[in-house]
Design a protein around this ligand. Sequence first.
Ligand SMILES: [Zn+2]
Length: 120
Amino acid sequence: MELAIEAMRRTVAEPRKDGKTSPLVGAVLCKPDGTVETACRGELRHGDHAEFTLLERKNRSNKLDGSILFATLEPCAPDSRHPPKMSCTERIILSRIKEIWVGIEDPDPKVDRKGIKYLQ
Ligand SMILES: [Zn+2]
């Protein structure tokens, strides 16, 4: 989680029309082979979630069964994204990650523990 917090500090804030501040988010993936990868929000493209960057942009064709994921912020819940975007919690389940550790619950009412409940 300390590594995830370090990654979180590298978050690239995107320009937003809604006037809100982008959350700082970092994520770490520990694979069964011992390799460790990190990502932060906006690392490769403005607004991309840290988990999305890690799972979809950096590991799209990799088998992630049995990996452990650390995220500083509760991953977004199903229905919190504008269709056809898939939520990070759905991506995590589909990638067969066996364990996830979450730093804090997301106070955004669209998420509000729904992400954690979905993962459980
Ligand atoms: Zn997300």
